[in-house]
Design a protein around this ligand. Structure first.
Ligand code: GSH
Length: 142
């Protein structure tokens, strides 16, 4: 388990998760998204880079998170208590970074970061897995 201190003050999110009208699927709208993150998290940085590449950065409000603080609402937003976690305006949440990147790619029109052609798709996903694995290893020796 890895905790980061809050970079700029206490979090203010509500401690709740709700779902879209069908109770299962997240909603896909054009509204603001909120990213629970920390500047030192490589996975949160990956999500921010994906958002920038897709031209979606201005739709994402950054929300500093202290995963080590029991009072931080992150555990109510993501049962794993981890960042990055993307909060949708219907109250539902998306995690982890791979799922968030796939969601952002969908919002950005689809197939831009994660191609639909199988060969290119699995090459991209393998590259992402490699990057994540390197981050996992780097965090373990930190
Ligand atoms: N596989 C996850 C890894 C997320 C992760 O490990 N995040 C760390 C910060 S870099 C975290 O939230 N740690 C808090 C904890 O484990 O309690 C992803 O890609 O989002």
């Amino acid at each position: 388990m890895l905790g980061y201190p809050a970079p700029d003050g206490p979090p203010s999110e509500q401690n709740s998760i709700s779902s879209c009208s069908d109770g299962v699927k997240p909603c896909y709208g054009s509204s603001m998204l909120r990213l629970r993150y920390h500047p030192a998290s490589p996975y949160a940085r990956k999500v921010r880079i994906a958002a920038a590449e897709l031209g979606l950065a201005d739709r994402i409000e950054l929300s500093a998170t202290d995963t080590a603080d029991p009072a931080d609402p992150i555990r109510g937003q993501n049962p794993l208590g981890k960042i990055p976690t993307l909060l949708l305006d219907d109250g539902s949440a998306i995690y982890d970074s791979r799922v968030i990147v796939a969601y952002l790619d969908h919002l950005g029109g689809g197939g831009r970061l994660i191609p639909s052609d199988p060969a290119r798709r699995f090459a991209a996903l393998r590259l992402e897995a490699l990057g994540d694995g390197i981050c996992d290893a780097a965090l373990l020796i930190r």
